[in-house]
Design a protein around this ligand. Structure first.
Ligand code: GDP
Ligand code: MN
Length: 399
């Protein structure tokens, strides 16, 4: 398997959208998984109104796309509307691991007898959905996996055969759940969670904690729900759940401009045409000791407008120290790309060094155009390897 965080292929294949807890719970409810009633609020006043409607004790929960909200103070019990308003005022605007809280979920408070953990995720290694269940929930599941691996029941589901009810029974017995009434409820929830997972094209559906109340009722107290970006076209309702304010600003800009963009961790901005060429460019950069900051795929087009858009996205990433254009002209014509680069340099101020390797259809014309215009920070290289060496050298010169 490709190392995480390095291979662009893995990143592309992992295109995903995380949902907020309350959105995940909406989907849980749709598939018949029990959740508590709640209201969304973006202001302390709305939180008060929500608490009034719900009545009694409520929990005010920060809605951010990261876990560990409880420990960070983003989850607080409130006695009533006044208290809910005060708690919401405290939580809204809070920074939880770099995520600013702009929404809170007001939920009827639950009494908790026990906390379990249940999830289904996609195991890429096995190419199968993987269920995990443990009665040691509420805490960090990685910790359970490490300190008490036997307590964590794991089960793969063959996607072609589908989910079988005996598999849910295996999970529940293996995890040592003994109470028959609880077993019955958990079994039903496992089946419904699989339906939710498949029915929404999810990558992860996690309930931590899955609680048992003193009255013996089992329900989802939290949700972590991640769907496959590439399947959103058939779930327009879920696509609309995307928060345009959340996530990486460059990725947002790229989405708006229709540019294929993937953020990585290094300092070389990469622009190529076609996924295969872009992937090998990442490898060559690595080979010569550089690290890609991101990449844009111009696809088969690569007209001037596309180049301008991609350059805007790449240069918006402050980690980028130098840019590499790697273009192999097929349908994409070298002169067209050269025109795009020159036009972009005309329209925007780019101080970063740009290395261009042009080959294929009309490459000679393209290179001649770049040589004629000779912008100060533009370097033309003949081969992919020399271009990679050049761009890495230039990026190091800037640090
Ligand atoms: P996380 O910290 O981001 O995982 O957020 P959770 O929604 O899982 O909540 C964290 C913890 O807060 C839970 O494990 C519970 O212990 C507690 N909590 C959340 N909601 C309630 C509630 O309705 N009643 C009680 N008593 N505790 C709650
Ligand atoms: Mn949780």
């Amino acid at each position: 398997m490709a190392p995480e965080g390095y291979s662009g292929v893995a990143r592309l294949a992992r295109a995903r959208m995380d949902l907020y807890e309350y959105q995940g719970k909406q989907l849980f409810a749709r598939f018949g998984i029990p959740v508590s009633e709640g209201r969304l609020a973006t202001t302390p006043e709305e939180a008060r109104a929500g608490a009034e409607e719900l009545g009694g004790q409520v929990v005010v929960k920060a809605q951010v796309l990261t876990g560990g909200r409880g420990k960070a103070g983003g989850i607080q019990l409130a006695e009533g509307p006044d208290d809910a308003e005060a708690r919401a005022r405290d939580i809204l605007g809070m920074d939880i691991r770099g995520h600013v809280v702009r929404r809170v979920w007001i939920e009827k408070a639950s009494e908790i007898e026990r906390e379990y953990y249940l999830s289904v995720t996609f195991d890429r290694g096995e190419k199968k959905p993987l269920f995990m269940f443990t009665t040691k929930g509420g805490v960090d599941i990685e910790e359970v996996a490490e300190t008490d691996p036997d307590a964590l029941a794991r089960l793969h589901i063959d996607p072609l055969v589908g989910f079988q009810s005996f598999q849910a029974r295996w999970l529940v017995f293996t995890a040592g759940l003994e109470d028959p009434d609880e077993q019955k409820q958990v079994l039903a929830i496992v089946g419904k969670l699989y339906e939710a997972f498949v029915g929404t094209d999810a990558m992860l559906c996690e309930i931590n904690p899955l609680i048992v109340t003193p009255a013996g009722e089992v329900k989802a107290l939290d949700s972590k729900f991640t769907v496959d970006d590439n399947a959103l076209y058939r779930h327009t309702d879920i696509a609309e759940m995307r928060d345009p304010e959340a996530g990486d600003p460059q990725e947002r800009l790229a989405r708006e401009k229709g540019v294929t963009y993937v953020k990585l961790d290094g300092e070389i901005g990469i622009l190529g045409n076609g996924a295969g060429l872009v992937m090998s460019t990442l490898d060559v950069i690595d080979q010569v000791g550089g690290r890609p900051a991101n990449f844009c795929d111009l696809g088969g087009g690569g007209d001037a407008e596309g180049v301008v858009d991609a350059l805007e996205v790449i240069t918006a990433d402050s980690q980028v120290e130098a840019i590499l254009f790697n273009i192999f002209g097929g349908i994409t014509r070298g002169d067209e790309v050269a025109r795009g680069i020159l036009e972009a340099l005309d329209r925007m101020t780019i101080d970063l060094p740009i290395v261009v390797r042009l080959d294929g259809t009309n490459a000679a014309e393209g290179r001649a155009m770049l040589a004629d215009a000779a912008p100060p920070n533009l370097y033309v290289e003949e081969t992919m390897l020399s271009a990679a060496e050049r761009v890495v050298e230039l990026s190091k010169g800037r640090r």
